[in-house]
Write a protein that binds this ligand. Structure first.
Ligand code: ADP
Ligand code: MG
Length: 601
């Protein structure tokens, strides 16, 4: 046969050269900028970093730079870092049974170096000088001495510059950025204790301080509405421990992108875990929707095999069945504690459509399963209508004293129906809407204050006698240093001795503000941030936490003129700017919604 004849010659099977081998390996782990971010961030975590900074340009396609303050590498290690299968995290095959680090294959840097223009600077903590090494698509330089901060900085520029076929698969910068952001959000939610900063083309995208707990991190990544609605879960089974936060069913989404599992800090997408959540929320969320949860699983590394998936996103549990039962129970209990929406409320959510509190939550076509749990015993709508003001009051609320119940001539005119001293219902041309007067007031106050602050003129209510607030010396120091920024949003204060501040005035737009409360909230915001926060950010946080207490609109009975004035003030801002973290201020029911609700469609 022909083959036999060829056997004595050169043969057709060749051993590929190293660059091609690395590029093939890169095909498995490095698909796009987000994979570079993931690998480099994992290395920084493994290096014991306390703070990790990621800078991107053009969605990471032009530049991914990851800087950490971890242990760093000496020159000898630097020269090995780009070598395939060179790792400091594994010695022999037995180590594969109990992997505690995020990396272990020694492939990432070699792969990235083969498809990008890379450079590493690194300095060990105790050493005076660090080193620098470059790898341009597989062309490696020798390490040279270089000065710089302790830790490591890895740069990968022009990803796939030497593999055009791969480069063509990359998407627009905004799409690639979104994927990188997702990686970093997951890292920030998974690695409690580590601070993360992400910038894109110089603008800050995410900023999480090392001390922030899981809830604060969710808040930074996904907003206050979700963060404040989460319930904690905590359970233990032998050495397996589950801790985390689960969201009420109303946050459920079409995709599982807000379902985050971490196993010993490693983000993972595992079908078994996804099914646990699905089971735990059965009956609470509509079919096809995915509950939102952020869950940390701590396990003995020996009880799980992480070496089954190229990106290490899937794992194999040694005792899957027992784990499953344990998790479903714990999660079901957690889910049951969340604020379960009644069918009425989920219909309202559907009517509100793109309400700012539920990004990505589309219309819910069907009212959903009958709710279970404690709150279901008190149907929201029925109870509150029962507490409504007597109907006989209504006619007087008409625009001209006449009883106009539908189709008001003036679009802000009543009648208004106040429900439970909190909600105001009124007809609109194509249906009706319900306004949360408290939320709307908070929003209006915030927007007006923000406009004032931007215009440089916040009206201040000065105190005749300053209010004194006792604090620690460090807190006083921080507040005094930020006094100009606070002044710009109408909080006037000065030191009054080493451990006291005197509050001289507060924004006049706040109703009955509590000076101590406001100072403490401002302090929390300032302590959360290293640099001086923007007036907007300070305002948002201060108002969201404090104004809602001090403005005290829920429970106030407003007369029709006050309601009208509130709606008028709100009109100035509607559509112009939606508060990204705010809860909805109003839900609208169109005729179409009513027809659907009553089965006419
Ligand atoms: P792995 O993480 O699987 O070991 P990598 O190719 O990602 O493989 O990294 C190779 C080695 O380079 C690591 O084992 C580690 O010793 C070193 N290294 C990589 N990044 C860093 C970093 N940011 N700080 C300190 N050492 C690092
Ligand atoms: Mg690695």
């Amino acid at each position: 046969m022909k083959g036999e004849k060829a056997a004595g010659e050169a043969g057709v099977i060749r051993v590929l050269d190293e660059l091609v081998r690395n590029q093939i390996a890169a095909g498995e782990v490095i698909e796009r900028p987000a994979s570079v971010v993931k690998e480099l961030v994992e290395n920084a975590v493994d290096a014991g970093a306390h703070r990790i900074r990621v800078d991107l340009e053009e969605g990471g396609m032009r530049l991914v730079r990851v800087t950490d303050d971890g242990g760093g590498m000496g020159t000898a290690d630097l020269e090995r870092a780009f070598v395939p299968h060179a790792t400091s995290k594994l010695c022999d095959a037995a180590d594969l049974d109990h992997i505690a680090s995020l990396g272990f294959r020694g492939e990432a840097l070699a792969s990235i170096g083969s498809v990008a223009r890379c450079a590493i600077f690194s300095r060990r903590g105790g050493e005076e000088l660090g080193g620098r090494i470059e790898n341009e698509g597989g062309r490696l330089t020798r390490a040279v001495e270089a000065g710089g901060p302790g830790g490591t900085c890895v740069e990968a520029r022009d990803l796939f510059f030497n593999t055009p076929a791969r480069r063509r698969f990359l998407k627009r910068p905004s799409t690639e950025l979104a994927r990188c952001t997702d990686v970093l959000q997951r890292a920030a939610l998974g690695q409690l204790g580590i601070g993360f900063v992400l910038t894109h083309d110089g603008a800050r995208v995410l900023d999480v301080e090392p001390e922030m707990d899981l809830r604060s991190r969710v808040r930074r990544a996904f907003g206050a509405d979700l963060a404040s609605s989460l319930e904690e879960v905590e359970a233990r089974d032998g050495t397996t421990r589950l801790r985390g936060l689960v969201a009420p069913p109303r946050f459920a989404r079409r995709d599982s992108s807000r379902q985050m599992w971490f196993l010993n800090g490693r983000p993972l997408r595992d079908r078994v875990l996804l099914r646990c959540l699905k089971d735990a929320y059965r009956g609470f969320v509509l079919d096809g929707r995915q509950p939102v949860a952020f869950l940390h699983l701590a396990m003995d590394p020996g009880a799980v095999d992480v070496n089954v998936h190229p990106a290490k996103a899937e794992v194999r549990f040694r005792d899957g069945r027992r784990l499953f039962g344990f998790l479903v129970n714990a999660l079901r209990e957690g889910a049951g504690k969340t604020d379960m929406a009644t069918p009425g409320a989920s219909m309202l959510a559907a009517a509100a459509g793109g309400s700012p509190s539920a990004p990505g939550q589309g219309a819910i076509a069907d009212p959903g399963p009958m709710p279970r749990g404690r709150r279901a015993c008190e149907p929201l709508i029925v109870r509150e209508v029962a507490e409504a003001q007597p109907l006989t009051d209504l006619p007087a609320f008409g625009p001209d004293g006449a009883a106009t119940l539908v189709e008001p001539a003036d679009d802000l005119a009543g009648p208004y129906l106040t429900i439970a001293r909190t909600y105001v219902a009124r007809a609109v041309p194509d249906g009706f809407e319900i306004v949360d007067q408290h939320a709307l007031h908070e929003r209006v106050t915030y927007e007006e204050l923000l406009a004032d602050a931007r215009g440089g003129s916040v009206a201040v209510q000065r105190y005749l006698v300053p209010e004194l607030v006792e604090l620690s010396a460090a807190q006083v120091d921080l507040l005094v240093r930020q006094a100009p920024a606070l002044g710009r949003i109408g909080i006037q204060l000065e030191a009054f001795g080493a451990t006291t501040v005197a509050v001289g005035g507060l924004p006049a737009r706040l109703r009955n503000p509590d000076p101590e409360e406001l100072v403490r909230v401002a302090l929390r915001v300032l302590e959360d941030q290293r640099e001086a926060p923007a007036a907007e950010e300070l305002l948002e946080d201060v108002l969201h936490s404090a104004a809602c207490r001090s403005s005290a609109m829920a429970g106030d009975v407003l007369d029709p003129a006050e309601i009208r004035s509130l709606l008028e003030r709100a009109r100035a801002f509607d559509g112009a700017r939606t508060c990204p973290h705010g809860r909805p201020t109003r839900v609208r029911f169109t005729l179409a919604d009513l027809e659907r609700a009553f089965g006419r469609r």
